[in-house]
Design a protein around this ligand. Structure first.
Ligand code: SF4
Length: 435
């Protein structure tokens, strides 16, 4: 692609790349480029923001950056450092903070033998006027998972307190490990008595998501956290929930975390746990993050007192959903039936819409999303980044469904807001006070 404006160049942001040791540096003469499937966009002040606090940089091995050459005004794949011939250079990407959804992936090409990237999202990033900038859109400004508000000494104090209060509770010990070993913000918030507490429960799942964070088998991908190895009792679950609900205003407690399978497969303990929680208090929002694969079970949980569900979907099209979730013993229509039941019962329904630029903002997926929203008027879309190797994801999806030139995540967001004014958007599970 050729860009013929020297005026535009002033706003372009500089490319950042890495050497083979992973050292990140700016590359003179090149601007950074974002990618959404086959579409390349040169990054400027206009389509990036100053990198939000808490983001992390990653360098992408076995891959080469695609950059914009400021002399030739062309996009090109740059394999070697032009100022140190023979020195390979690698793409750099940003794993952005919660609350932000990526609009472009860091542009790159892979070697034929490139190993699968670990389970993160790979936002485009560059350097301008003394700061990093990244291609993201703010979808939720709440500071629920702002690391600056999660001081380690305070987390440790909360851990000590909970150990004294609930010494034999295995779920408390599990969440403690999540906070300390994995740095899980939801686990930290339980000990800090803020917002939403996790209630991981299930060690089974009836899906085999390509990017499952808690279990990978023979995929060559490392899961990012280990799945809970036991099933807590209803009493253990309700003790954790009660501790959170009594201390936190507008609290949320959520089944279905990154360190477990799908909570519907642990409904035999969750249903009595919800009843126990609700026997003692009507405060707090009881939420479930789930694949919504078992409508009858969901109905029972709603009857027990579950307030809201958040349903994970990479796509609202059956074929694309099946290719990513790889359901075992349930079908896409079961997920839709669960939504129908929730809406009939006037329960709050969010879609955890796993965004990958190029696919999510393709006109085909947008049209499908519009049909879906007309048929299933859900309450909320949580715009979340898909944590999966983007080149592999595009390859898998393009073999199943057409992916025409993307319209842009930002455009989709603003269009949907106009066309579906009652639909809310964000990143976190809202408390019932905000339903
Ligand atoms: S539904 Fe959740 S737990 Fe089950 S495979 Fe998918 S990501 Fe993993």
């Amino acid at each position: 692609m050729k860009i013929n404006s020297s005026k535009t160049n002033k706003n372009l942001i500089k490319a950042v790349v890495a050497d083979k040791q992973g050292k990140i540096f700016e590359l003179d003469g090149y601007a950074a480029v974002g990618m959404a499937a086959s579409s390349l966009v040169t990054l400027s002040n206009k389509n990036t923001v100053a990198m939000p606090y808490g983001g992390e940089f990653m360098f992408l091995p076995d891959r080469h950056p695609v950059l914009f050459n400021l002399k030739t005004l062309q996009h090109e794949t740059v394999k070697e450092n032009p100022y140190a011939p023979g020195e390979p250079i690698f793409p750099v990407a940003a794993f952005n903070s919660p609350g932000y959804v990526i609009s472009h992936v860091s542009a790159h090409m892979g070697n034929n033998d490139a190993k699968h990237l670990p389970l993160f999202s790979y936002g485009a990033v560059g350097w301008h006027n003394g700061q990093f900038r990244t291609a993201v859109i703010l979808v939720d400004s709440e500071r629920r998972q702002d690391l600056r508000l999660m001081q380690r000494d305070k987390v440790l104090a909360g851990i000590r307190l909970m150990k004294t209060k609930l010494p034999h509770n295995r779920l408390r010990a599990h969440i403690e490990n999540c906070a300390l070993t994995y740095g899980c913000p939801a686990a930290k918030n339980f000990f800090l008595k803020r917002f939403e507490a996790p209630l991981p429960t299930s060690n089974n799942c009836n899906a085999r998501c390509l990017g499952c964070l808690s279990l990978q088998q023979n995929s060559g991908i490392k899961n990012s956290q280990d799945r809970i190895s036991f099933t807590p009792t209803p009493e253990e679950i309700s003790e954790i929930a009660a501790e959170h609900i009594k201390k936190v205003k507008k609290s949320v407690v959520s089944f279905g975390q990154g360190c477990e399978g799908d909570p519907l497969l642990a409904a035999h303990v969750i249903e009595p746990a919800i009843r126990l929680i609700r026997k003692n208090t009507q405060n707090g929002t009881i939420n479930m993050n789930t694949n919504a694969s078992m409508p009858d079970v969901i109905e029972k949980l709603f009857n027990a007192g579950l307030d809201s569900i958040r349903i994970s979907m990479n796509s609202v099209r059956k074929s694309c959903y099946d290719a990513y979730f790889r359901p075992k013993g349930y079908s896409f229509s079961d997920v839709m039936k669960s939504i129908d039941i929730a809406l009939e019962k006037k329960k709050f329904v969010s879609i955890n819409y796993l965004n990958c630029p190029g696919f999510t903002d393709s006109p085909e997926e947008q049209a499908a999303l519009y049909s879906f929203l007309k048929k299933y008027p859900v309450d909320f879309i949580q715009w979340r980044n898909l944590n999966f190797d983007p080149l592999n994801y595009w390859k898998i999806m393009s073999e199943i469904a057409p992916m025409s030139k993307p319209v842009g995540i930002k455009n989709i967001l603003s269009q949907i807001k106009k066309d579906f004014p009652n639909l809310k958007h964000g990143y976190f599970n809202p408390p019932k006070e905000a339903f």
